[in-house]
Design a protein. Structure first.
Length: 330
């Protein structure tokens, strides 16, 4: 009898050791502008996300960069490009995304009042947002999402001019990317909010540059050292390289996703990044390509090969886009 009990105990321990930890999947999409042709699509009852719905539905959480103000008020800033979407576009956005970063160089295109109006529209439509707020403190407060017992903190930062869009102690705006503040925010997300996972979504780099610059790389490394689980980037309107630093992925730029202001061929190819998470960090990731039409509408690219984690999670491999479903890669 004692031998039987001992054997059952060994089997129980072995079974427990082989149980996979709980995982949560999250995706990040690049620049979304619901102005111009994509906005007209929605006004006409069409869905600009329909072709990529399968990919967007493949993870537990979906995040994107909302690269426009959503408002009816305000006057355009003195810029070459200004983007303002109609609030009626938000129900379509909400259908596909669980949250958006508003830390970018177009959120303030129509002034502070329009930015504050957007905050109200997002809240009323149930679209969580981060990287901006009614004041400096709110702009730097992480969005906390919890799934399957895993607490995820999302932070958003802009470091592309104009800096006049920045929030201050008593004025609405975006979170500006000051290195010391970014590091402090990441540490606070860990220590104060007790986040298991911290992911900054950056708006950085030079437009049309296919490779990250020294500023991006230095800041990305500092964020990882401060406790970031991964770093995601946008703004260059083209994809940039992926780096693994201290075992954690840095995807420097996702490129475009929904936008009709396209200047060249590289701007018509974007990525969706998908991460698989446990409470201890990223255990697998991949990217999926999206081609953007002249009207700014994305479509899948099953023929493409894009970066992904190697099976052991330690390096960077290449994955076929023919498989839409996501089960991580580890």
């Amino acid at each position: 009898m004692l031998a039987l009990i001992a054997a059952l105990s060994v089997v129980s321990r072995s079974s427990h050791a082989q149980t996979k930890p709980e995982t949560v999947s999250i995706l990040f999409a690049g620049d979304i502008v619901l102005d111009g042709a994509p906005g007209k699509w929605i006004a006409e009852g069409k869905d600009p996300f329909a072709s990529v719905a399968g990919i967007l539905g493949s993870t537990d959480i979906r995040i994107a960069n909302l690269e426009c103000v959503v408002a009816t008020s305000g006057k355009p800033s003195a810029k070459i490009f200004t983007f303002r979407a109609d609030p009626h576009t938000l129900p379509v956005l909400r259908r596909y995304f669980d949250a958006v970063t508003i830390a970018n160089n177009h959120s303030g295109d129509f002034g502070k009042a329009a930015f504050v109006e957007m905050l109200g529209h997002l809240d009323r439509q149930g679209v969580p947002h981060f990287g901006g707020g009614h004041d400096l403190r709110e702009a730097h407060t992480p969005l906390i999402l919890e799934r399957k017992g895993i607490k995820i903190a999302l932070l958003g930062y802009d470091e592309f001019m104009p800096r006049s869009f920045e929030a201050d102690a008593n004025e609405a705006g975006v979170a500006w990317s000051e290195q010391e503040q970014v590091v402090a925010d990441i540490r606070r997300a860990r220590q104060h909010y007790h986040a298991d996972i911290v992911i900054p979504f950056m708006h950085w780099g030079w437009e049309n540059e296919p490779h990250s610059n020294s500023r991006q790389r230095d800041l990305a490394h500092r964020m990882i050292e401060a406790g970031a689980s991964a770093v995601i980037g946008a703004h260059p309107h083209v994809t940039q390289e992926v780096e693994i630093y201290q075992g954690k992925p840095i995807i420097y730029s996702l490129g475009n996703f929904v936008i009709d202001s396209l200047d060249n061929d590289p701007q018509t190819h974007g990525w969706i990044a998908r991460l698989e998470l446990t409470a201890k960090g990223v255990v697998g990731w991949d990217t999926r390509g999206a081609d953007i039409s002249e009207e700014g509408i994305p479509s899948p690219t099953p023929e493409r090969i894009t970066p992904c984690s190697e099976v052991d999670g330690a390096g960077i491999g290449s994955c076929s886009n023919r498989i839409v479903g996501f089960e991580g890669r580890h």
